[in-house]
Design a protein around this ligand. Structure first.
Ligand code: GAL
Length: 742
């Protein structure tokens, strides 16, 4: 038999007021509610809430049966993420515990399982900020939420099975491309066993090759290393064409082993050098943002589709080539999508400024292992962040995290994110959160000034902006413009400096945070998009940095009003665009043709157009405006503004119209109150009411305010059929959104 996976998505019982010391065997079903995974231990308000709301101990129970036919096999329970501490029992026997909310863990439960009756899995979840678990011990600028917030499953395997594989593409730029493979076997029998392993490489068109290897599985855990060569015909993974291959390992030994382990790989060569970042031998300037994995109301508990959508937003809407998973390993679904669409990932261990005691450090070292062993086959992940974000130097601790990373994965470079200068460089790459830019001339420091070294080293800027200029999506126009310009200015500076591999801004999305940070309402408004992933002006800078043949971008940074800015008017008018030129018409009259500021911003691929003077009447008359974007002499995009915007329509845009019923699934609908030419009305004080019918549920409140003229809502599928979502504000009803759940 090959492995059997039984997903544990549904029919959990959950109790939010579990007292430490309570007997696990006697429990009152009336105190438990039915829930499914991913689950948040509590639904939270949008803002202005106390972060201790989710910091409590809760208990999850799940009944399961294992067919008698599986007797003699081995049974494991696998968790992908439980925040932040889990103590796991099967039929009252403790099978293990796990510290830390961001990495997966498994326990063997073979000996506790009853094959003839129903079994009970109990998970006591501690979501308090315990000093013995990273990132805790200090106030951090994000929330860690609580619950079994990622998937869980049962895994049934033969006595000998494949625990993990590590596949490294080597000599990728040569004709003699090869794969170096480490196979990790787990042998639960009383003797070593000779195994036959069939390795099959599969591309989009089917199997490409098959190799047989003989491997000895020692008792307990063992590792076998071998290579597969002559892979010259393999296509490379890059950002434009992220070719992925599936590699399958089928192992067998009569009576004791029959297992198939499959993983996805990509062939690419990455290196950070003194003179920048190289992908497949080509120098590439990294342009990215940091991502927190949190969402309104449910914290971290969002399913696969929503995780994947974030990757798509970063790649396709913000045109990034890199994301940093600040400040912890994120959902495998998010990373799967990064592999699939060609988005590079900087992944790091959980932590924020604080280093705890020896036990704490031990947990951090375990996190290094768990992160690397989960994600080492991903082509998107190009570097391991093995230092606690922005912590001070700690020679012994960081020598150890670095040693573990290099020993586990000799193929990737390590780094550690600092905010201090002249820090001891133990890793391969010096990463710096460089918040020097205050809106004045200086955008980034010279790397030698930061490192204190007399030579250049591989160097990356991992954060900038953030708290230096918090900006709400509904802030005043000048602030929104300045926020966007600061992102432009820093990327321009990184672009010009060959010793800076690139810059990863703070951050992609606004996020809920602790009392000591943010705007007093427990939100850090540091995103280029808000918590609902709705763009601010700064998002337009990122969006404009890609080829207009893929998507033409023309975003004038204005509401086109006479009196929104201090002193009135709209100048200087910044237009983020990838067009060659922009033609402006006011009141139907041509006012001029404007070109991108290439001399001013040579560090970015697509500098903005900046209009500082416009001929014609300004003060007295105010007219409609139209902007036309041209590429190679042809108009490819047009944007309109009304002189007199009035509410016209409540627009509804769903990310997906089809969901799946066989796994946890959800999608987002964005509602925008727009004027006659489809522009948002950010200052409208309107509420919105949602109603839903069919097999679905609204995540969050059914009545809320529009925030800055828009709001989004996530809809969770709860069975098969058609979901209808209606939305109504005082003046308009949006077109119903009908989602079919297959
Ligand atoms: C950094 C920190 C981030 C975030 C940011 C705000 O110091 O690493 O997590 O707090 O500041 O600008």
């Amino acid at each position: 038999m090959t492995r059997t996976i039984i997903n544990l998505y549904k029919d959990w019982k959950y109790c939010s007021h579990f007292n430490e010391g309570t007997s696990l065997n006697e429990w009152d079903a009336a105190e438990y509610e039915s829930v499914s995974l991913p689950h948040t231990n509590i639904m939270l308000p949008y803002n202005y809430f106390n972060e201790t709301l989710y910091q409590f101990i809760s208990c999850y129970r799940k009944e399961f049966t294992i067919q008698p036919a599986y007797k003699g096999k081995r049974v494991f329970v696998d968790f992908e993420g439980v925040a932040s501490y889990a103590d796991v029992y099967v039929n009252g026997h403790n099978v293990g515990d796990h510290k830390g909310g961001y990495t997966p863990f498994s326990f063997e439960i073979t000996d506790c399982v009853d094959y003839t009756a129903s079994n009970e899995l109990t998970v006591v979840v501690d979501s308090r900020e315990r000093d013995d678990i990273p990132p805790f011990g200090y106030e951090i600028d994000y929330l860690t939420y609580g619950g079994i917030y990622r998937e869980a499953a049962l895994r049934i395997v033969d006595p000998i099975f494949i625990e993990n594989v590590f596949v490294r593409a080597a000599d990728v730029l040569d004709e003699n491309r090869k794969l170096d493979i480490s196979l990790f076997m787990n042998n639960g029998t009383a003797a070593a066993e000779d195994m036959l392993v069939n390795v099959r490489l599969k591309g989009p068109e089917g199997y490409l090759l098959e190799r047989r290897v003989n491997v000895k599985a020692d008792q307990g855990n063992s590792r076998a290393d071998f290579s597969i060569s002559d892979l010259g015909h393999i296509q490379l993974w890059d950002l434009e064409h992220p070719h992925l291959y599936e590699i399958e390992f089928e192992c067998s030994a009569p009576g004791v082993a029959s297992d198939i382990y499959t993983t996805r790989i990509g062939f690419r060569d990455v290196a950070m050098r003194e003179d920048g970042f190289y992908l497949n031998g080509r120098n590439l300037k990294l342009r990215g943002l940091n991502r927190h994995q949190s969402f309104p109301y449910v914290g971290y508990a969002m399913p696969e589709r929503v995780q994947k959508k974030d990757a798509e937003l970063l790649k396709y809407q913000l045109k990034l080539n890199v994301v940093r998973t600040s400040h912890y390993p994120q959902s495998r679904h998010f990373l799967d999508r990064c592999d699939e669409i060609g988005l590079l990932v900087f992944e790091e261990i959980p932590g924020w400024q604080h280093i705890g005691d020896e036990k704490w450090k031990e947990a951090a070292c375990t996190h290094v292992r768990e992160m690397i062993e989960r994600d080492w086959n991903r082509p998107s992940v190009f570097i391991w962040g093995i230092r606690i974000n922005e912590s001070g130097d700690d020679h012994d601790f960081y020598s150890e995290t670095n040693r573990i990373a290099h020993e586990l994965d000799p193929s990737r470079q390590t780094t550690g994110v600092r905010c201090i200068t002249s820090s001891e460089l133990l890793e391969d790459v010096y990463s710096m959160n460089d918040f020097i830019h205050t809106g004045e001339e200086i955008a980034l420091r010279d790397q030698k000034e930061v490192t204190g070294l007399d030579r250049y080293v591989p160097y990356l800027v991992t954060e900038f902006n953030g708290h230096m200029y918090p900006t709400k999506r509904f802030d005043q126009e000048e602030r929104l413009v300045e926020h966007a310009m600061r992102h432009l200015w820093v990327h321009h500076a990184a672009g010009k400096d060959p010793h800076i591999s690139g810059a990863i801004g703070w951050c992609a999305f606004d996020y809920n945070t602790h009392f000591g940070f943010g705007s007093g309402d427990r939100i850090c408004y540091h995103g280029v998009m808000d918590m609902f992933r709705i763009p601010k002006f700064a998002a337009a800078f990122y969006r404009s940095q890609d080829d207009p043949r893929k998507e033409a971008v023309l975003e004038p940074m204005t509401l086109w009003t006479r009196g929104e800015r201090s002193g009135g008017g709209i100048r200087p008018l910044v237009i983020f665009t990838n067009c060659d030129e922009v033609l402006l018409y006011i009141g139907g009259t041509y006012k001029g043709t404007f070109k991108p500021e290439r001399e001013q911003y040579p560090g970015v691929d697509y500098p903005p157009v900046v209009i500082s003077r416009i001929e014609g009447e300004w003060g007295d008359h105010w007219h409609d405006a139209e902007f036309a974007g041209y590429v190679s002499g042809k108009e490819i995009i047009r944007r309109k503004f009304s002189r007199d915007p009035v509410p016209t329509k409540l627009r509804a845009e769903a990310d997906d119209l089809e969901l799946d019923s066989d796994r946890p699934d959800a999608t987002r609908i964005v509602y925008t109150l727009v004027d006659q030419v489809d522009n948002v009305l950010p200052f409208i004080p309107e509420y919105i009411d949602f109603t839903i019918s069919g097999p679905g549920e609204i995540i969050g409140p059914h009545r809320t305010a529009l925030i800055g003229g828009c709001i989004a809502v996530w809809i969770r599928a709860q069975g098969k059929g058609l979901i209808t979502v209606s939305a109504q504000c005082s003046q308009f009803r949006a077109k119903d959104v009908i989602i079919s759940v297959r």
